[in-house]
Design a protein around this ligand. Structure first.
Ligand code: ARG
Length: 459
């Protein structure tokens, strides 16, 4: 136990499996940069207190930068006893600048406030990156919607043809979801960006360190107001996981729509080769693997959220080792989300659409609501017109006509005398779509407003 940072009171040898079980270095070393930056600013705080001389501070910073370079170059040598990234970096600092000076950097600090600080820096960095990638993804969708605003397709409820909509309206629906995700992520970032540093193990700092100075030095908005909360709070991890889960839920619905639209039965869209794969047996197959993976990987992110929620349920205040279990689900979710955004961007920017198939899937019965609306405009109450329109659908079916538009004026008038010869004007998909020009609707002007509004949210 003599090469451990906390080895002083321990005499017995430890179980080697326990060492492995306890170690987080294999996965928390990806936070090396945050850890070194945290120590850099922390030692400045100690210097301000006179606990470290300015010469010592310079030595420490030089050593920390050398370690940063070693990690960057893949030259950092991990040693037995390096329990986690914090102990590994400190051990290495001692080797470079001598234990006498390196032994001072942890004065008043605990790995409890240290790890919470590192995690927040790391999460902040990753969420900031995700924000940019998400904005690029949304812009790709908006661009496509603007370009293909003329294309119509069936809109579905219960996966049954419902009413004609613009393809751009469908795109704008997902852009709206993703823009809400974008806004939500910004709000989460505000709560992530608070500083635990200078809280010690739990009770606070015994030398009166300037926590505002530490917070500022690390780009945090402010110190967390209670030292016990500072070391025990992992809500920012939960929020990040929840955000990731909700985002992946949107991604999986988006993917599912496109999987359905890419079947031969629909034929609305065709995936680029770059995002499809073939079958090892059936030569004709082109499978939408990218979309299936986007859909499938959402499940693993849900798992990360629920798993971590279980891990921290009912743990007593303040730090408990259970909390080390925040890392793997968090890191995995962040990577999965990042890759998913990039793949989804690739898919949507390279997808080919088949306008003929989309518009060919529109059927006249999808205008039955418009037929009801026609009579509403003539002063008939909607509940009545709904019924009359239904009778028209049934009559067309019974007469084996190809659609309600094929009923003659006499047949319409037999059902209701208020039908006039202008009823024929109802049977135009473009007219139907253009009628829906209220905010949020599928008319061209309404969709354009949506697109502009969404774009303005991405600044
Ligand atoms: N590797 C630990 C973690 O991730 C660092 C904090 C350890 N603190 C402690 N008191 N053992 O949570």
């Amino acid at each position: 136990a003599e090469n451990r940072l906390w080895g002083g009171r321990f005499t017995g040898a430890s179980d080697p499996l326990m060492d492995l079980y306890n170690a987080s270095l294999p996965y928390d070393k990806i936070m090396y940069d945050a850890d070194l930056t945290g120590t850099k600013v922390y030692t400045e705080g100690l210097n301000k207190l006179g606990l470290i001389t300015t010469e010592e501070l310079a030595e420490i910073h030089k050593g920390l930068e050398q370690i940063r370079q070693e990690w960057k170059d893949g030259k950092f040598v991990e040693k037995p006893g390096d329990e986690d990234i914090h102990t590994a970096n400190e051990r290495r600092l001692g080797e470079i600048i001598g234990k006498h000076i390196a032994g001072k950097v942890h004065t008043g600090r605990s790995r409890n406030d240290q790890v919470a600080t590192d995690m927040r820096i790391y999460v902040r960095e990753n969420l900031t990156k995700l924000l940019e990638q998400l904005a690029a993804f949304i812009k790709t969708i908006l661009y496509r919607a603007e370009k293909e605003i003329d294309v119509l397709m069936p809109g579905y409820t219960h996966l049954q043809r419902a009413q004609p909509i613009r393809w751009a309206h469908w795109l704008s629906m997902y852009a709206t979801y993703f823009t809400e995700d974008y806004k939500r992520l910004k709000q989460i970032l505000e709560r992530v960006n608070q500083s635990p540093l200078g809280s010690g193990a739990l009770a606070g700092h015994p030398y009166g360190i300037d926590r505002e100075f530490l917070a500022q030095g690390l780009g945090f908005e402010a110190p967390i107001g209670n030292s016990l909360t500072a070391v025990s709070d992992r809500d920012f991890v939960v929020e990040t996981l929840f955000w990731s889960t909700l985002f992946m839920n949107h991604i999986s619905r988006f993917s599912e729509d496109l999987i359905i639209y890419s079947t031969a039965e629909f034929g609305f869209v065709q995936l680029a080769d770059a995002y499809s794969t073939g079958s090892s047996l059936m030569p004709q197959k082109k499978n939408p693997d990218s979309l299936e993976l986007l859909r499938g990987k959402s499940g693993r992110v849900y798992g990360s959220l629920s798993g971590f929620l279980m891990s921290i349920k009912s743990i007593p205040s303040t730090y408990n080792k259970d909390m080390q279990e925040d890392k793997e689900p968090l890191f995995d979710a962040l990577t999965t989300v990042e890759h998913s955004i990039l793949i989804a961007t690739g898919v949507i920017s390279t997808l080919a659409i088949n306008k003929e198939k989309m518009e060919g899937a529109l059927t006249m019965d999808m205008l039955a609501t418009d037929l009801a609306d026609y009579l509403v405009r003539k002063g008939v109450p909607f509940r009545e017109t709904h019924h009359i329109s239904g009778e028209c659908v049934r009559a067309a079916e019974e007469l084996k006509l190809s659609g309600i538009d094929k009923l003659s004026l006499a047949q319409f008038q037999k059902i209701d005398a208020r039908f006039g010869d202008d009823v024929i004007d109802v049977f135009d998909f473009e007219v139907s779509v253009e009628r829906r020009d209220a905010t949020g609707g599928t008319a061209k002007s309404a969709v354009r407003k949506q697109l502009a509004n969404l774009a303005s949210k991405l600044q």
